[in-house]
Design a protein around this ligand. Sequence first.
Ligand SMILES: Cc1cc2nc3c(=O)[nH]c(=O)nc-3n(C[C@H](O)[C@H](O)[C@H](O)COP(=O)(O)OP(=O)(O)OC[C@H]3O[C@@H](n4cnc5c(N)ncnc54)[C@H](O)[C@@H]3O)c2cc1C
Length: 385
Amino acid sequence: MSGAEAAGRAPVQEAAYLEALDFARRVLQPVAGAMDQEDTFPLAVWREFARHGYAGLGIPPAYGGSGGDLLTAALVGRALSRVSPAFALSYGAHLNLCAHNILKNGTDAQKRRYLPELASGRTIGAMALTEPNAGSDATAIRTTAVASKDGYRLNGTKMFITNAPIAGLFVLYAKTRPQAGSEGISAFIVEASSPGLRLARSLDKLGMRGSPTGELVLDDCQVPEENLLGEKDRGVLVMMQGLDAERAFYSFSGVGIAEEALERSIRYAGEAVRDGLAVEAAEAIQTKIADMYVATEAARLLAYEAVHTVLGGQRASRAAAAALLFSGQTARMAADAALEIHQGSGFRRGSVVERFWRDAKLFDIGAGTKEIRRVVLARELTGRR
Ligand SMILES: Cc1cc2nc3c(=O)[nH]c(=O)nc-3n(C[C@H](O)[C@H](O)[C@H](O)COP(=O)(O)OP(=O)(O)OC[C@H]3O[C@@H](n4cnc5c(N)ncnc54)[C@H](O)[C@@H]3O)c2cc1C
């Protein structure tokens, strides 16, 4: 199914989007500015959000979830992103990077043990791959997992981990065969309360403030044998499949930023025209609005295409990299245009367009930088996998 067809044939998920947008406007919007200014995650809003079943979307009811699929979850992320991209970022880390990964790769015992807690929102999830010296090249991670009497002993440092300061559970990658490159990485489910795991610091950021980001240190961290996620030494498979779904999921968050920037710009331009804006200025604004509209529509269709490719079980690397690359570009372009249209009032600290302008930049960096997405696309298109 093409992105255009997919966009028109998901009435249940579209209804979930509108409901989530209503929730975001009523409950999240009043705290979105303070989240950014004070750099704090609104736990009370999270609990209310979780009570509506959003924390367990895409998780079957048998594991305590609310059902639905990746599209429902990604559309909820899109709705949140229109109000607080930071809240949407934390939502994706909890649901897609952690819970969905466990659903896809976990044993029945792991799913029964961890998914109900995650789906209820009582436990917040996270995914820890990046290290101080390993970002784009994930196979360069240095965290080691050495087999011990009752499981594994993990040592290393994890950097830029979304939700680390508030998470109760991590999907975490470490080397079980350090000399074997990509064939020596394993994935683990690590409880935040595990002995030897600590939050070294919370990181201050340009954007996505209020979505807590942290550095983790594993110092002889004990992880039981049964918390190995997927096959030993095959963690790269867990990682790569997860990455395609992550890119597809977050494509919709970039779309949410662009849609909100567009809607606010249209409203602002209308008010400015009524207030007697010069004809030349009105024409310049119209051009920006037209460009924002075309790019936003195209980004949305690519995002649908990516999610449907993942859901269809086909190889999704190309569709997911393309969707996130374009969604990130569009979010930045639209946020920039919105700031230019709002000018002085947009440039003021604390304005929504100023916050969106800073938040949008993350979509060039997270889930593989924009350069890496191009590398992935070129490899997929030329057959050089
Ligand atoms: C707010 C935020 C939240 C994050 N959340 C998480 C999280 O939850 N979990 C997690 O594990 N990580 C997370 N990250 C980390 C993120 O995934 C990395 O920052 C990203 O992968 C880039 O890694 P790096 O910062 O080490 O940059 P580097 O990999 O060092 O890249 C530096 C520059 O070199 C370019 N480059 C590198 N290699 C190549 C190449 N082969 N070809 C072309 N260009 C290349 C990059 O594109 C970039 O421009 C988060 C980061 C941020 C900022």
